[in-house]
Design a binder for this molecule. Structure first.
Ligand code: SF4
Length: 114
């Protein structure tokens, strides 16, 4: 068993979620995949710490309270209602920073966050 198993598990869960959710919503990852990696890492950290993937691109006074209110749990309400992701994880094809990709490898994420 891997001693660091917990973090890679969450990273893998959020990586897979991001790919599937991009495909489901017809959105795309950023042309700079390091942006994608850092957001996925942030989501995974919040999932480890608070049990749910609270959006990593915002400041919160009280993260526990925010998680329970659910508004900013990924996919957040603005994303679900209007496909608005201010983290640039899920971009509409019309966004100038959108790639045509909806996939990112685990190895790619590790490379970007190490
Ligand atoms: Fe997820 Fe919303 Fe944050 Fe984008 S802005 S990463 S959809 S919580």
């Amino acid at each position: 068993m891997n001693d660091n198993k917990k973090i890679p598990d969450s990273l893998e869960i959020m990586r897979k979620f991001s790919e599937v959710y991009a495909q489901r919503t017809g959105t795309f990852f950023c042309i700079d995949l390091s942006v994608t990696s850092v957001v996925i890492e942030g989501l995974a950290k919040h999932k480890d710490e608070y049990g749910l993937p609270l959006c990593p691109c915002r400041h919160y006074e009280d993260k526990v309270k925010e998680v329970s209110s659910a508004y900013w749990n990924c996919p957040c309400v603005p994303m679900r209602e209007r496909k608005e992701c201010h983290c640039m994880l899920f971009l509409k094809s019309s966004n100038e920073f959108a790639s045509q990709g909806q996939q990112i490898s685990f190895a790619n994420i590790i490379k970007d966050i190490e």
